[in-house]
Design a protein around this ligand. Structure first.
Ligand SMILES: *Cc1c(COP(=O)(O)O)cnc(C)c1O
Length: 395
């Protein structure tokens, strides 16, 4: 037997964290890493946030799980807060981002397959280099062949248009089109914000043709960009939205949000999840909302994002051969490199104890916990500068 007990789907690195302290991770051999990856935009309150820990501890002692057969005071309260703070009228809780996107896809299809709808409208237009998760529907929603290989056939009903290209999206529309599924800021694709014109154009196309506009805010949502949700930067609203990652602060939680109109097909018995929205997850989500869903916190993220960004812009000027530009919003930033970003990310991790995330388009993702402050930013630039100075792209 040579297969590892953990199914070998991840090329795991030598960092083996056993403890987290605020913005740092501590390895099993005691090495401290500065964590500007945040579990890929998950640990937005860092690793030892008293409010989040207390809420989970208290709920675990009180009631951990009950079936969705019963009433849910905890779920109703968190759903009401999300409804109050967003475009949405209704919320379905999941345990992950992919499940939230799955629920969004089902909601869009059910909108058209409702008795008042046009049941031929079954296709979603999605965008190149998107990432929506690893289930069959969510890999089918992405054009990335490396995620498809070995898993054919894909789920039918997705057309891929070029990201940020409204004319291309328009050219793929037909009487089968059900809607659009897009990340307002592509995460895995390389921290690429969609343009205003593109987002407004999609909203207009959806309005004119009675289509569903779905935002995948699994990575860019939950205060990461300085707004509770990134769509607020654009001044338009989706019909349906998937959220996850940061929303549980590290506890597995996601949600599909929708307007009343968009959710018309999602009646009794149409969807479900054993764990989705259980009291423990609701306690974690409520603690995260308590911390981030207020103007002061969001303004701080915006202000820190601006400071980090301008320091990054100054910094890359010192290394014109390595870095091309800085992009993103708030504390969801990407350094587009002129050389491959993955080996540089490995160099920062292994030689300078700085954790970031590599992404598509030769981008290095900088995703600090939203509670990081000047001390952590100073440490980040110390490590990044040392890393850039000691880096030889030729290996
Ligand atoms: C991470 C991610 C997902 C998938 O979330 P999981 O929790 O891994 O299923 C979906 N969409 C986007 C934009 C993501 O970044």
């Amino acid at each position: 037997m040579s297969i590892s007990p953990l199914m070998p789907v991840y090329p795991r690195c030598g960092v083996r964290p056993v403890k987290g302290e605020h913005c740092h991770l501590i390895d099993e051999d005691g090495t401290r890493y500065l964590d500007f990856a945040s579990g890929i935009a998950v640990n937005l309150l860092g690793h030892s946030h008293a409010g989040l820990i207390g809420a989970i501890q208290q709920q675990a002692e009180t009631l951990m799980h009950v079936s969705n057969l019963y009433g849910s005071p905890q779920g109703e309260a968190l759903a009401q807060r999300l409804v109050d703070k967003t475009f949405a009228d209704t919320v379905f809780f999941t345990n992950s981002g992919a499940e939230a996107v799955e629920a969004a896809i089902k909601t869009a299809r059910a909108y058209h397959q409702h008795e008042d709808g046009d049941g031929n409208r079954t296709e979603l237009i999605t965008f190149t280099n998107a990432f929506h998760g690893r289930t069959m529907a969510t890999i089918s929603a992405s054009n990335q062949e490396k995620m498809h290989k070995g898993f054919m056939p894909l789920l039918a009903g997705f057309q891929y248009a070029e990201f940020d290209n409204l004319e291309h999206a328009k050219s793929l529309m037909s009487d089968k089109t059900a809607g659009f599924l897009v990340e307002p800021i592509q995460g895995e694709g390389g921290i690429r914000p969609a343009s205003d014109e593109f987002m407004h154009g999609l909203r207009a196309l959806a309005d004119e043709n009675d289509l569903m506009l779905i935002f995948d805010e699994v990575q860019c949502g939950v205060a990461r960009t300085g707004k509770l949700y990134a769509y607020e930067h654009y001044g338009i609203e989706p019909d349906i939205m998937a959220t996850a990652k940061g929303i549980g602060g590290g506890f597995p939680l996601g949600a599909c949000l929708a307007t009343e109109k968009a959710a018309r097909g999602m009646g009794f018995g149409t969807h479900g999840s054993t764990y989705g929205g259980n009291p423990l997850a609701m306690a974690a989500g409520t603690a995260v909302m308590d911390a981030v869903a207020n103007d002061e916190f969001l303004a701080e993220v915006t202000e820190k994002g601006e400071r980090l960004r301008s320091r990054l812009e100054q910094f890359i000027g010192n290394y014109p051969d390595l870095f091309e530009l800085v992009r993103g919003k708030g504390l969801m930033l990407g350094l587009k490199m002129k050389v491959e970003s993955r080996p540089f990310f490995v160099h920062l991790r292994d030689n300078h104890q700085l954790l970031t995330v590599a992404a598509g388009d030769n981008t290095l993702r900088v995703l600090p916990p939203l509670v990081a402050g000047d001390a952590e930013f100073d440490e980040f630039f110390d490590k990044l500068s040392a890393g850039a100075a000691s880096y030889d792209p030729a290996g």
